[in-house]
Design a protein around this ligand. Structure first.
Ligand code: CP3
Length: 390
């Protein structure tokens, strides 16, 4: 199984190190560390949103004016400002580092652009052995701008008591962009490559695992308190293909931070059949991201069966509901909270996927307040009967 490129550098920070003291009781970290499974209750259910920083915020559109997405990721002051915008506006319980899954590819020297309204577009797609030979390894010093940006962001977050989540794209999702050349609905070329030339697939995924692992490790060493691995498009695979061609590489990416003691979340969409295997990678993750297709308590049961121990869950309000009338949306928020409570080992409230650019920030603010006001389904007979039976 592939491992990180080099022997891991000695950690410069350790779990529970003094810089983390002010985050000791942060609700997000309490849940993500598995403390709920050990009988501890956070003061409130923590909430953050995937893509909380971005186009739904007028203050984001204002500071991004005249700068491309990838340029903005190279400017630490801008990265820190954009990462903090949703923390200031919503009082969410975690910040997610403003960057993109293709940033470490670009840092390594891969030609990539993020085209507005489309997504990452790769200058020279990777489909042959010769193409793979052109994909460089990533040296930690190529991530200096990332390290600088994380340090500045963590410094500015300090006063808010909010932890920073670092992230990376998982090898499969990164490979899907490299092989297809850009976003794709059906990932035909990626899946064909996996089966037609398993050795080339393996070597590509192993290289991407080292790149993703280096990106995660750089963020944690610079002060991120947790990580999330995004395997957004992995739901297009069968369980057999996932276990054989993908899980070992996702495990390798996450293993790059295993010695640093930070909680690790694993997320994808359309992953109902894969949740057990996703929970099990690298000896078991701490938090399992569940999209809106599977009730949280069902997802938690699948995660527990896969990992062989209780796993906290994160999710899973359908982002489409953000445009529903408030009464309808509020009912759904309660349904998700009740299912998260039934899951039993801790719940981080989130959407089932990212915030759509059209989302109304006022509505997201109300969702955060509603989650923070929640005191358990015991108070609310109407929320007790719901989904969850399997
Ligand atoms: O709040 C956050 O989550 C901020 C950080 C973040 C971004 N991208 C910023 C971004 C994170 C965690 C990502 C991860 C990412 N990028 C994923 C995994 C998460 C997911 O949504 O499943 C994926 C698949 C990508 C690739 C990517 N980058 C896409 C599909 C897009 C959207 C393209 C479009 O314009 O519709 C991007 C661009 C991107 N990444 C934007 C932001 C804020 C929008 C760019 C802009 O504002 O010009």
């Amino acid at each position: 199984m592939p491992g990180p490129a080099d022997a891991p550098a000695a950690p410069t920070t350790a779990p529970g190190a003094p810089h983390e003291e002010h985050l000791r009781d942060a609700p997000y970290l309490l849940v993500a560390r598995g403390d709920v499974a050990r009988g501890l209750r956070p003061a409130r259910t923590p909430v953050w949103f995937m893509r909380q920083a971005g186009r739904s915020l007028p203050e984001y559109r204002a500071v991004r004016e005249g700068t491309t997405m990838l340029e903005s990721c190279r400017r630490p002051e801008l990265v820190a400002e954009i990462t903090l915008q949703p923390v200031r506006r919503y009082g969410v319980d975690a910040a997610i580092f403003y960057s993109d899954i293709v940033v470490p590819l670009e840092a390594a020297g891969v030609g990539v652009e993020i085209v507005p309204g489309t997504g990452p577009v790769i200058a020279e797609p990777v489909r042959t052995r010769a193409d793979l030979d052109r994909v460089p390894e990533l040296a930690p010093e190529q991530l200096q701008h990332v390290t600088d940006a994380v340090r500045l962001t963590v410094e500015q977050l300090r006063a808010t008591g909010t932890p920073l989540i670092g992230f990376a794209g998982a090898p499969f999702t990164l490979a899907s962009y490299l092989v297809e050349g850009g976003p794709s609905r059906d990932l035909l070329r990626t899946k064909a490559l996996m089966h037609a030339d398993p050795q080339l697939w393996h070597d590509l995924a192993a290289r991407l695992a080292r790149i993703a692992g280096a990106f995660l490790r750089a963020q944690v060493l610079a002060g991120a308190s947790a990580v999330q691995l995004f395997d957004s498009w992995v739901g297009s695979l069968s369980l057999a293909d996932y276990e054989r061609h993908v899980a070992p590489h996702s495990a390798a990416a996450l293993s790059a931070v295993a010695d640093l003691g930070v909680p690790r979340t694993h997320f994808g969409t359309g992953t109902g059949e894969l949740l057990g295997a996703m929970a099990a990678v690298d000896g078991g993750v701490d938090v399992l991201g569940v999209d809106f297709r599977v009730p949280l308590d069902v997802g938690a049961a699948r995660g527990r069966a896969g990992a062989g121990r209780p796993v906290a869950v994160q999710g899973n309000l359908d982002p489409a509901l953000l445009s529903a009338p408030w009464d309808v949306l509020r009912g759904e928020v309660h349904r998700v909270l009740a299912a998260g409570e039934r899951a039993g080992a801790g719940h981080v409230f989130n959407l089932g996927h990212g915030v759509p650019p059209s989302a109304d920030p006022g509505v997201l603010a109300r969702v955060v307040d509603e989650v923070h006001a929640w005191r358990g389904a015991g108070d609310r007979a109407d929320d007790r009967a719901g989904d969850g039976a399997e």
